[in-house]
Design a protein around this ligand. Structure first.
Ligand code: SF4
Length: 493
């Protein structure tokens, strides 16, 4: 007999492991702690190395991969340019098949829609699968708080997500949610639920999870899923997954609710052949995931499975603000996780350091755009701008450019702090004005002596004093030539 319901906050909050998000910490503090965690480092390295090797192997064996990448980019570009039309087409197609469509401006709208639906249906158990959009809006917590009188039991059913939920933890990778946990930690978490010690053995743990989750599948009143893609012309929801739980969530409960970000649309069914081929290869190094599911509305007369009632929630939550802006390409993401696996920052810190549902390079871009706020202000700087993410991205999103644009935006809007804005303004003016440039060179050489005293290695200043030292924490101060080029030129050298 299970001693606790898995989603209850009161039952899980005391289990929050070190390294999880604290509202008072920024990326830098969390990252500093993460890089000291040897176990975390080993787990992240193992997972990302394996994923990158697998991805390279399958993509190298697909000669049309560069062409597919280009097509994917153009399909997304066309979709975003006509998003209102395609959303209308999608809604008409779903309603034409007997489904319900709701346009949610915010996360609160999604919570209200699902909470009210649960109340109308007298629902008690809600099973979930494959949804980062609901993670983004913290659907579970909000439903439990705002609809506490319903006493809902909300159960994640993707294995990793379920274990994270039981541990009071959050996913740390788009496709490997608990890559930060080793087998011993997983056995501890599941033993707590089992009420007996389970061995850290994959077979034993998997079989325990299967038994427990099966009970939930069979008793669920509402199944909630996300969508990898929504096809405007047919109203079809496509999910790609390696676990069979997705099918049990979409077809066993009488009601199926899909929460889909509006950017997940593709115009035509044939477009799926481009994205499905790229997604699994880029994310997990598979040619195709084990299950590729298509759901088009509720169960029709004569069909043997499917929910009796189907609801599609098209969630905006800040996305439409990006349309037509310099950040629109961030909406082309298909959440494959490839950019995380190659990112030298993610590979050192893991996902929790980003403090958001979305981590790695794509998280560093979309979290500040969708969420904003002080917590996200460090994220555009969580990158070496090496461009590996852009090379790995199956849709060709120039993530490094977007990160630079975000830094620029922070300076323009004063988010980066007045000092940084003034410093860049001063730099700009100096570079534009030859006289100022000359004076600054002289001033720099004069400042060398006091700087050398403040932080010198081998007599050469390497660090800047005071708050300027933040800039030289991770890099050496470049040495100034003893004589500028102009003087050397005058001297005829
Ligand atoms: S930005 Fe590109 S590589 Fe990163 S998750 Fe999205 S689609 Fe994948």
């Amino acid at each position: 007999m299970e001693t606790r319901k898995p989603t209850r906050r009161r039952e899980t909050e005391d289990r929050r492991p070190e390294g999880l998000v604290s509202p008072v910490e920024g990326f830098n503090e969390r990252a500093r702690r993460a890089v000291r965690d040897g176990d975390l480092h080993d787990s992240v390295e193992l997972f990302t190395n394996k994923s990158v090797a697998g991805r390279n192997a399958v993509l190298n064996a697909l000669p049309e991969a560069p062409g597919l990448r280009e097509r994917a980019y153009h399909i997304k570009q066309e979709t975003m340019a006509n998003l209102d039309r395609y959303l209308g087409q999608m809604a008409d197609a779903v309603e034409g098949r007997g489904g319900n469509v709701f346009f949610a401006d915010t996360g609160e709208d999604v919570v209200r829609y699902i909470g009210d639906l649960a109340r109308r249906k007298g629902a008690k158990v809600l099973t979930k699968s494959k949804s980062m959009a609901t993670e983004e809006i913290e659907l579970n917590r909000r439903l439990e708080e705002d609809y506490a009188d319903l006493d809902l039991e909300i159960v994640e059913t993707d294995l990793g997500e379920w274990i994270a939920q039981l541990a009071g933890d959050t996913p740390s990778h788009i496709v490997g949610p608990i890559l930060h946990m080793n087998r011993r930690r997983i056995a501890d978490v599941l033993s707590g639920v089992a009420g007996e010690e389970l061995p850290p053995d994959v077979e034993a743990l998997g079989s325990f999870a299967r038994r427990r989750l099966r009970e939930k599948f069979l008793t669920a009143d509402i199944g909630i899923t996300g969508a990898n893609f929504g096809v405007a012309e047919t109203g079809t929801i496509a999910t790609v997954t390696n676990e069979g739980n997705g099918r049990l969530v979409t077809s066993v409960p009488p009601v199926h609710v899909v929460v889909m970000g509006i950017e997940k649309l593709v115009p035509r069914f044939e477009d799926l052949s481009v994205f499905v081929r790229l997604l699994a290869r880029s994310g997990t190094g598979q040619k195709l995931t084990v299950y590729t599911n298509f759901v088009t509305g509720p169960r029709a007369p004569g069909e043997i499975d499917g929910a009796e009632e189907f609801h599609l929630i098209l969630m905006d939550n800040g996305r439409s603000e990006l349309l037509g802006t310099e950040f629109e390409e961030a909406l082309y993401c298909i959440r494959c996780g490839a950019c995380l696996n190659v990112c030298p920052v993610y590979r050192q810190t893991g996902g929790h350091a980003y403090g958001s549902t979305y981590s790695g390079p794509i998280g560093a871009v979309i979290t500040p755009l969708l969420k904003g706020g002080k917590e996200a202000k460090d994220l555009p700087h969580a990158s070496s701008l090496c461009g590996a993410c852009w090379e790995a991205c199956p849709v060709g999103i120039p993530l490094h450019d977007l990160l630079l644009k975000l830094r620029n935006k922070q300076v323009r809007e004063g988010v980066a702090g007045k000092a940084q804005g003034l410093a860049f303004k001063g730099f700009e003016n100096t570079m534009k004005n030859p006289a100022l440039y000359k004076i600054s060179g002289k001033a720099g050489r004069l400042a060398r002596k006091p700087l050398a005293k403040a932080g010198a290695k081998d007599g050469i200043p390497k660090t800047l004093p005071g708050p300027l030292g933040a800039w030289t924490n991770g890099r050496d101060l470049p040495e100034l030539a003893p004589k500028p080029f102009r003087e050397l030129w005058k001297e005829g050298i």
